[in-house]
Design a protein around this ligand. Structure first.
Ligand code: ADP
Ligand code: ADP
Length: 226
């Protein structure tokens, strides 16, 4: 089971900005959970703290029954996809996908095989020798997804992964991403400021404001008219 459980999770940045106010939340195993809210409300901070890219100032993060608060990012069994994809420009698609496996000290042959298989799964087979600069936005987005999937993580964290795509590709990517998440059954937290996107994709969502979770529920519960 890969529930994500936050217990009084707090983040205060050096300088005193309180970005997260003692958050309690459970994202269930296999769930697609959207985090919706305006710029500056703390969405990225929450994702980065779950991922271990920021240290929590208080509280805990559990993945399943394991307290990951003290673990390094690489030990948390989490993959994160960023808004700007963060692909390495000097590496080929295959090398990009294989990179996290290299970090985990998987051997060269196995790395290449896994990277190729993941590329095939995402329809990137013919593009593995290209560099990110030779891909369209949608293809870069898939390459970033492939890199996240290559380690078969228990948790996906997405920080506005579709916001740099044009409107048509964004719709396509929504469907694709949702289908992929279903098939893999990976517990997913998806940050967006786009209400329609959250509505279309999420099993449940939270509306975040000033470092607090104001409303948590299914799209119908959250957006039901009073
Ligand atoms: P969002 O992702 O919703 O746009 P952020 O998590 O980026 O929000 O930011 C939440 C708050 O924390 C904002 O007030 C922001 O200015 C502040 N913040 C974010 N990162 C840092 C940082 N590294 N140092 C100091 N303050 C930060
Ligand atoms: P977001 O997409 O979360 O709104 P931003 O563009 O606000 O991202 O922030 C980009 C980077 O700058 C992040 O790494 C964030 O942590 C950092 N950052 C954001 N606000 C501040 C701040 N007030 N002081 C220092 N760093 C910040």
């Amino acid at each position: 089971m890969a529930d994500i459980t936050l217990n009084r999770l707090a983040k205060v940045y050096p300088g005193g900005v309180r970005a997260l106010h003692d958050l309690d939340l459970t994202v269930r195993d296999g769930e697609f959970f959207a985090l919706l809210g305006p710029s500056g409300c703390g969405k990225s901070t929450l994702l980065r703290t779950i991922a271990g890219l920021e240290a929590a100032s208080g509280g805990t993060v559990h993945i399943g029954d394991r307290d990951v608060t003290a673990l390094q990012p690489g030990e948390r069994d989490i993959a994160m996809v960023f808004q700007d994809y963060a692909l390495f420009p000097h590496m080929t698609v295959e090398e990009n996908i294989a990179y996290p496996l290299k970090v985990k000290k998987v051997g060269r042959a196995e790395r290449a095989a896994k990277a190729r298989r993941t590329a095939e799964e995402l329809g990137l087979g013919p593009l593995v020798e290209r560099r990110p600069g030779q891909l369209s936005g949608g293809q870069q987005q898939r390459a970033a997804l492939a890199r996240a999937m290559a380690c078969r993580p228990r948790v996906f964290l997405f920080d506005e992964p579709l916001s740099n795509l044009d409107a048509r590709m964004r719709l396509e990517a929504r469907t694709f991403l949702k289908k992929l998440q279903r098939e893999l059954g990976v517990t997913t937290v998806f940050v967006t400021h786009d209400q329609a996107e959250a509505l279309a994709m999420a099993d449940r969502l939270a509306v975040m404001e000033s470092g607090e979770l104001r409303q948590v529920g299914t799209p119908t519960e959250v957006f039901r008219r009073p």
